[in-house]
Design a protein around this ligand. Structure first.
Ligand code: NAP
Length: 499
């Protein structure tokens, strides 16, 4: 654990960034490059975001590491094709240090709320360490940070330990115990093979099966690491290859759904080879198109659930004492319960704590307007830029690509907002017409995609059934659309007209 940060927070700054994971680090890097003073506010005691918080056994990234890293900070030393979480966490700490981003980092700062003041044209942040005013606010608090705790009757009275994958407690023993895992998403399929040898019995509560494809993870040999260090261009070539292969997959998800049927056929054949038990096989086979929910990568999940000590059962309906009761009424006695039940994504919790014009929360405003311009800006919240906001999540490529595009864009936008006389600050609010045109375009593009037509219920959908989390196109298009900040998309106001 890092030493507690006791430096006083500055009370007024040009730019405040909330969150110091990949998003906050990328934003701070671009602002620094542009010569804009800023601070980074982080509620934990160090940088790292999701890769600091997720420490469950088996946690790793399912996007290849060369691609799942910042383009301006390549790491020739990745140990594996898909680096484990701890290695990504260490990478982020090293990048923040090397880039001297930590000078402007304040840790242990929980931002309770942010309010736009039309009188002063500033954002006022109430934090656990005091008040901060800033001209431009960047929210990089991440979409996958608040664990989703399912509302299961009796859960609070379960007599054994209850863990969520995103709040793992390594001190809780699993050895020789009967462990239940709720969920079969990205986290569960990494966790289950990683703990199976430690437990006496493992019960996996599955509500919806996932499509699972081979991961083909392997170590990166020393000679390759040396090659990448010596000739960084060789690593860039590998990264480009990985990027464009994924763009082809996204193309299928966006407009060639027939190709997904073929991928499903391949996955079914693999399932048939790896899971001999006919009943188990039929329970593991999804009834929607691959990609509708995130398609998962694993080399060992199917083999693991075929083992004697593992059972895949129906969704968990209630807990009665030590017994977990499934929807079919079956009872399973457990010592430890693990919730691999994902996150509260729509809206992200911070969107309920940021209030723009007329005190309207960003979360409510996104719902009203059907999303945000480029996923980052909304008419009701001037001088605010949101990373990994509405319709910028990905199901098939590296989020770092989107984050970097957003960081470059917001640095340009921030430079425009801060240009001119500090006594008469500019207020940039995206034009409502531009925002509407953009959200209509998103809706049209989404209409033919697997996320809309794939036949599943996923966390990509909001409460109205709108696909609110995912970018409906290949990512090169987002990069192109965000390459240049265009002031014509924004209404530039002075404080007295800012209503
Ligand atoms: P998730 O994909 O949302 O999966 C949650 C699982 O819990 C699903 O199987 C879900 O079932 C089940 N579940 C949720 N609420 C439930 C309830 N009330 N009753 C029964 N089952 C319930 O969560 P996750 O696995 O933590 O992954 C979240 C996201 O994090 C991923 O989509 C991915 O973007 C990211 N992630 C990435 C990696 C990586 O390697 N890059 C690793 C882990 C996570 P249903 O399917 O029926 O809803």
């Amino acid at each position: 654990m890092a030493a507690a940060d006791v430096r006083p927070l500055p009370t007024a700054v040009p730019v405040a960034i909330i969150g110091a994971g990949f998003g906050g680090i990328a934003a701070a890097h671009e602002l620094r490059r542009t010569g804009i003073d800023h601070i980074l506010l982080e509620r934990a005691d160090r940088v790292g975001g999701t890769w600091r918080d997720n420490t469950y056994p088996g946690c790793a990234c399912d996007i290849p590491s060369h691609l799942y890293s910042l383009s301006w900070a390549p790491n020739p030393n990745w140990s594996r094709r898909f680096a484990p979480a701890a290695e990504i966490d260490a990478y982020l700490a090293e990048v923040a240090d090397r880039e001297q981003l930590t000078d402007r980092l304040f840790t242990g700062v929980d931002v309770g709320s942010a309010h736009w003041s039309a009188e002063t044209s500033t954002w006022r942040l109430e934090t656990s360490r005091g008040r901060v005013d800033c001209r431009v606010l960047v929210v990089a608090a991440g979409g996958l940070s608040q664990p989703n705790i399912p509302d299961i009757p009796g859960l609070a009275d379960f007599p054994g330990p209850v863990l969520h994958t995103a709040h793992w407690d390594a001190a809780v023993p699993l050895e020789g115990l009967r462990v239940g895992v709720v969920g079969t998403g990205a986290s569960a399929i990494q966790l289950v093979p990683a703990i199976v040898d430690r437990v006496s019995a493992l019960t996996v509560f599955q509500r919806t099966p996932a499509w699972i494809f081979p991961r083909d993870d392997r170590q990166i040999p020393r000679w390759r690491q040396r090659l990448y260090a010596r000739w960084p261009v060789s690593q860039r070539i590998v990264r480009e290859g990985q990027y464009w292969r994924r763009e082809l997959v996204v193309h299928a998800m966006v407009s060639r759904l027939g190709l997904l049927e073929r991928a499903a056929e391949q996955a079914r054949r693999r399932l048939a080879t790896e899971v001999r038990d006919r009943d188990l096989r039929s329970r593991l086979e999804p009834d929607y198109l691959p990609g509708c929910k995130r398609a998962l990568l694993s080399d060992d999940f199917y083999r693991t659930v075929g083992r004697d000590r593992v059972q895949v059962v129906g969704a968990l309906e209630q807990i009665v004492g030590r017994q977990a009761v499934t929807v079919d009424g079956d009872r399973h006695e457990l010592d430890v319960l693990v919730l691999a039940t994902g996150f509260e994504v729509l809206p992200p919790p911070m969107a309920n704590r940021v209030f723009g014009l007329d005190g309207v929360s960003v979360a409510a405003d996104w719902v009203d307007r059907g999303g945000a311009f480029l996923g980052m800006a909304t008419a009701a919240a001037p001088n605010l830029f949101w990373l990994t906001g509405p319709n910028t999540g990905l199901g098939g490529n590296s989020m770092i690509v989107m984050i970097e595009a957003q960081a470059r864009y917001l640095a340009q936008a921030t430079a425009a907002a801060l240009a001119g006389d500090p006594e008469s600050p500019r207020v940039l609010a995206v034009s409502p017409v531009v925002q509407r045109r953009y959200t209509n375009w998103i809706e049209q593009r989404m209409a033919g995609t697997v996320w809309q037509l794939g036949g599943c219920n996923s966390w990509y959908l909001d409460e109205n059934g709108r696909v609110a989390a995912i970018w409906p196109e290949q990512t090169w298009r987002y990069r192109r659309m965000t390459r240049t900040f265009r002031s014509v998309h924004y209404e530039q106001r002075t404080p007295c007209t800012d209503r």
